[in-house]
Design a protein around this ligand. Structure first.
Ligand code: IFM
Length: 488
């Protein structure tokens, strides 16, 4: 999503220029929830027949993850499910966005279902419904079964078909109860961080592999929606979640840099999903890397499935220009820099640091970017309902003793959430069909290459005792969910 000029916030919006509004009411039916992902919270990595995923392999490889952290135990959500469900009830959550571990269902990514794996998610979905919480299930949040990676992973077209088989198995089990099926979470990360930069599992650094993975992930999405539609018996929403980049260009070369990154980060997903075509400029920009012959006749018809809701994850903005080839190259693209590039064909693009404030990830806090993103999506795809499927912030939280017991006074996260809920509200006021907001994350968890060093939860997890402590942000959010109005 592009916006060449940083917006003049006051000119574009009513209310406080810094988005610190209170008292705004969300429409009836707006779904307030929170999100997690399997490898980040579940733990129980070697239990009940679960097979290894690429993230087990990656995190157990020395040097790949901060401090050698792994998801072996994570937040132990697998064993603390009842407690966590009750926690959701105590916060009044209306939805829970979780992901399903493919290798818990099919340990090698193919073949018979592992009944113990299905039982866990059955328990989870039933527990949510018993508490009146809407289940939003993501089928893939980056934890590919290792056995499939050994056969080429997302560079192998067969992985897309295996994914559809897996979707069918899960759909047959839960397809009378799940409210929203999200096929993929952030395929940008799976493809470009997994196969391009190597910052994520499986840690490959090959631009052609990354672009091949992009297409096979898009194809997997379409095949999975088709498979699910054959087996579900309720009337769920079908969805995919994208981490679209809100781009700003600097200087004379800004527009060209924005075009290149918009193509690779945004349009290479949005165009096939919503228009049934790949952007011509992506082919041109990457022609020295691949001829895109992995796109076969008929693929785009499969990929373009009607989306009941498009999931949008938003954290910050991205500032780019073309590198002059002389001065030291800047690479502040917000992703862990491990040497490889997540931007095949965009070798001349430079990613510039932006003004703060920042979160603990070093990401700039810019609620206007969320409003811009939602409005620009609405302008381009006016009939497409949207849902914020992730938004939140990592800060260095501390548990303190109070007369009422342990507490976490995470004022910065409360402020971050207030400003982004305000941005979402402003987008709705400008006509965006925004259906809900899933705060990332329900609880502190394994933050991929950063291990447990970054805390995104609204609930604190003590990684020694696994005790959960709702932070002030959780209590603030409970007030918002309960009233539908942004609290003070
Ligand atoms: O923790 C991740 C999540 O898994 C995907 N979206 C971004 C979050 C914060 O980095």
């Amino acid at each position: 999503m592009t916006d060449q000029q940083p917006p003049t916030q006051q000119s574009r919006t009513q209310g406080n220029p810094d988005y610190r509004d209170a008292g705004l009411r969300f429409p009836d039916g707006f779904v307030f929830g929170s999100a997690t992902a399997s490898y980040q919270v579940e733990g129980a990595a070697n239990e009940d027949g679960r097979g290894p995923s690429i993230w087990d392999t990656f995190s157990h490889t020395p040097g790949k993850v901060w401090n050698g952290d792994t998801g072996d135990v994570a937040a132990d959500h697998y064993h603390r499910l009842e407690e966590d469900l009750d926690l959701m009830t105590s916060l009044g959550l209306q939805s829970y966005r979780f992901s399903i571990s493919w290798s818990r269902i099919q340990p090698t990514g193919r073949g018979e279902a592992n009944q113990a794996g299905l039982a866990f998610y059955t328990h989870l979905v039933d527990g949510l419904l018993a508490r009146g919480i809407r289940p939003i299930a993501t089928l893939y949040h980056w934890d590919l079964p290792q056995a499939l990676e050994d056969q080429g992973g997302w560079t192998n077209r067969e992985t897309a078909y295996a994914f559809a088989d897996y979707a069918r198995i899960v759909g047959e089990e839960l397809g009378d109860r799940v409210a929203t099926w999200t096929t993929l979470n952030e395929p940008w990360c799976s493809a470009y961080l997994g196969y391009g930069s190597g910052a994520h599992a499986p840690g490959r650094t090959d631009g052609e592999a990354a672009l091949t993975a992009v297409h096979h992930l898009n194809l997997a999405h379409g095949l999975a929606v088709l498979a699910l539609k054959e087996v579900v018996t309720n009337d769920p929403d079908f969805s995919i979640t994208l981490n679209l980049h809100v781009l700003r260009g600097e200087g004379e070369t800004g527009p060209e840099a924005v075009r290149q990154i918009d193509a690779l980060a945004n349009r290479v997903f949005l165009s096939p999903l919503l228009k049934g075509e790949y952007p011509a400029d992506v082919f041109e920009d990457t022609k020295d890397i691949t001829d895109w012959s992995f796109v076969r006749p008929g693929d785009l018809d499969i990929i373009r499935q009607p989306l009941d809701v498009l999931g949008v994850n938003y954290y910050s903005t991205t500032l780019v220009r073309l590198w002059d080839g002389v001065s030291p190259r800047q690479n502040s693209d917000g992703h862990k820099d491990v040497g490889g590039s997540p931007w095949p064909g965009a070798d001349r693009v430079e990613f510039l640091a932006q003004p703060g404030p920042y979160t603990e990830m070093g990401w700039n806090i810019e609620p206007a970017g969320l409003e811009e993103l939602l409005v620009s999506l609405h302008e381009e795809f006016p009939d497409q309902p949207l849902m914020i499927t992730e938004n939140g912030a990592a800060f260095a939280d501390e548990v303190v003793a109070t007369p009422d017991g342990p507490a976490v006074h995470d004022a910065e996260r409360v402020d971050y959430l207030r400003r982004h809920f305000t941005a979402a509200h402003r987008a709705i006021a400008r006509g965006v069909d925004l259906r809900g907001y899933q705060v990332w994350s329900l609880m502190d968890n394994f933050e991929w290459g950063y291990g447990y060093s970054k805390r995104f939860g609204i609930v604190h997890v003590d990684y020694d005792t696994l005790v959960r402590t709702p932070k002030d942000s959780a209590l603030w959010y409970a007030k918002l969910v309960g009233s539908g109005v942004i609290p003070k």
